[in-house]
Design a protein around this ligand. Structure first.
Ligand SMILES: Cc1cc2nc3c(=O)[nH]c(=O)nc-3n(C[C@H](O)[C@H](O)[C@H](O)COP(=O)(O)OP(=O)(O)OC[C@H]3O[C@@H](n4cnc5c(N)ncnc54)[C@H](O)[C@@H]3O)c2cc1C
Length: 511
């Protein structure tokens, strides 16, 4: 039930609807988080991660697709993919903007205007905007809601819940089905045409590797016999995120009273309107580029208000990002004294590459996630975030923002005590320790021509050199798009569906 109510989205993490993955420990990122790892939530529910995501809906950009085409992905240029976006935006999926009347919205708009920014539009990609959400009439619209509920009576559709695919099965021609665990029994399901793998960027590579399709040396080390040596699981990308905590005056961010909350519940239960029909955490976005001539964003910013004494709410937020108890304590102490605003800085064009590997030959063992955030040679990822922090400091100096008396909260972070607060070195240390991610895994079954040894599927989404299987999910992105990736994943699905239909309708005619 909680997946339906937009406001409760962050309490879905670590619930039964979450696979509750964690990254592996590394020397370069997530160091200051609990146990030195980032949490990695994934939807374990019909609709997948779209049933627990923050519902932000932003399409990919022209320059994302220019890059995809440059890497040999014919048919994936912006002009060509637009029709797929338009198809489901006009069809099953409803996208809404919820304009908040909060004083803070006005203040942020005026501050950005003072810095010379305008509202983002279809042609102006940088600037501020009320967030487009996959929320329909006050209710989350997951992919299951948007695309399956409407066709659930079709006789040729059968959905099995609580079923986990172990691996693909093969005959002499190629893939001919899957082995799947249902009610504690491993059974084989046969495909009469082809298998479509859509387990997401953590689990599609896992299923392929369980099936012997993956990096030879890795599979051999686990005793898995090789069907095809491909760089499955490599080229992992995400959008790293860093939270800047500001102290602001209490009268600027007023706590919601109990009476107001009761009214909010009434409004939601009766009319699906008001506070609970919204995701106030991310309901205002800013897009910018660290290069002053840049036309497309490489940084996304949102502003989360936490009025004084929001401890319980903050706890859900910071626990979801695995902040350790001592850092959380320092944050709550700050929130007892004043109101806070968290500014989320999200690097949309991260260069660092991570990897998914198998933990063991057991197909149900959790895969290993090595995100390698901030590991690019030129330190571009770190410098983008540093730009973001300095940008926020300029924002804090604008007249409307300055009226809220904002101060960077100095939490005396244990791992960065050796650096003077607010120096570049201090921030670089905090990034290595507290950068997490937007839960946007992608690229682990990278799409590209067979001649490119880094790729796993071709532009028709078929796995290179293995007949009878396609991958259709966020894992095929040749490079992560510079937007929250759910919209682009739907686009990939819509185009993938068309590729399948095109192929089989031709074959049908031939017969
Ligand atoms: C907390 C959170 C917040 C996010 N916020 C946003 C946001 O605001 N905007 C945005 O654009 N994106 C957001 N995302 C990301 C976005 O939701 C995902 O990137 C998107 O859903 C990816 O789609 P997918 O089909 O590739 O994978 P998924 O949606 O993860 O779907 C994979 C499905 O396969 C199932 N599965 C996995 N393994 C197996 C197996 N072996 N057998 C059977 N089934 C299996 C999973 O249970 C899941 O249902 C967020 C994600 C999370 C987790």
């Amino acid at each position: 039930m909680l997946t339906e109510i937009p406001t409760t989205f962050s309490s879905l993490q670590l619930s039964d609807e979450d696979w509750k993955y964690k990254t592996e420990r590394s020397e370069g990122c997530c160091l200051g988080l609990k146990d030195g790892v980032c949490l990695y939530p994934r939807g374990k529910v019909l609709g997948g991660s779209s049933a627990l995501n923050a519902m932000i809906y932003i399409r990919s950009y022209e320059d994302d697709h220019e890059h995809w085409v440059k890497e040999g992905n014919v048919g994936w240029d912006y002009e060509s993919v637009l029709k797929y976006y338009e198809r489901f935006e006009r069809g099953g999926l409803n996208i809404s903007k919820i304009r908040e009347d909060a004083q803070i919205r006005e203040m942020i708009i005026k501050s950005y205007q003072e810095m010379g920014f305008q509202e983002r539009s279809d042609t102006r990609h940088l600037g501020y905007t009320d967030t487009p959400f996959t929320i329909s009439e006050g209710t989350r619209q997951s992919s299951a809601k948007a695309f399956i509920t409407t066709i659930k009576e079709r006789p040729n559709l059968y959905v099995v819940l609580n079923a986990q695919v172990a691996r693909l099965t093969f005959n002499a021609q190629g893939v001919n089905g899957v082995e799947v665990l249902i009610n504690q029994k491993l059974i084989k399901l046969k495909a009469s045409k082809e298998v479509i793998l859509s387990a997401g960027a953590i689990n599609s590579p896992q299923v392929l590797m369980n099936s012997g399709i993956g990096p030879k040396e890795h599979l051999q080390s686990l005793g898995i016999s090789i069907k095809k040596d491909l760089r499955v699981g490599e080229h992992f990308q995400d959008h790293p995120v860093f939270h800047v905590l500001l102290d602001v005056d209490e009268e600027f961010l007023r706590p919601r009273s109990k009476e107001q909350t009761i009214d909010d519940i009434y409004q939601y239960v009766m009319y699906r309107k008001g506070y609970f029909a919204n995701n106030p955490m991310v309901n205002f976005l800013m897009h910018l580029n660290t290069n002053e001539n840049g036309e497309f964003p490489n940084l996304q910013v949102n502003h989360i208000p936490f009025p004084r004494n929001s401890r319980e709410h903050m706890k859900i937020f910071y626990t979801g990002f695995n902040y350790p108890p001592d850092v959380q304590k320092a944050i709550f102490e700050s929130n007892e004294k004043n109101s806070n605003m968290i500014i989320m800085l999200k690097n949309l064009k991260s260069k660092s590459l991570g990897r998914i590997t198998l933990r063991s030959a057991d197909p149900f063992d959790y895969p290993q996630i090595y995100p390698n955030y901030l590991s690019d040679d030129q330190e571009e990822d770190i410098n983008t975030l540093l730009y973001g922090v300095r940008f926020i400091q300029r924002l804090m100096k604008t007249k409307p923002f300055a009226d809220a008396n904002p101060q960077l909260a100095n939490l005396n972070l244990p791992n960065c005590e050796m650096f003077q607060f607010d120096t570049d070195d201090y921030w670089k240390c905090t990034f290595k320790n507290y950068v997490t991610h937007l839960h946007h895994p992608s690229g682990t079954c990278k799409m590209g021509p067979e001649s490119d040894p880094r790729t796993v599927v071709g532009p028709d989404l078929k796995v290179h050199g293995v007949a009878g299987v396609r991958v259709i999910d966020a894992s095929i992105m040749p490079r992560i798009v510079s937007a929250n990736i759910n919209a682009a994943t739907y686009m990939i699905a819509e185009k993938g569906a068309e590729l399948i239909k095109e192929e089989w309708s031709v074959r049908h005619t031939e017969l």
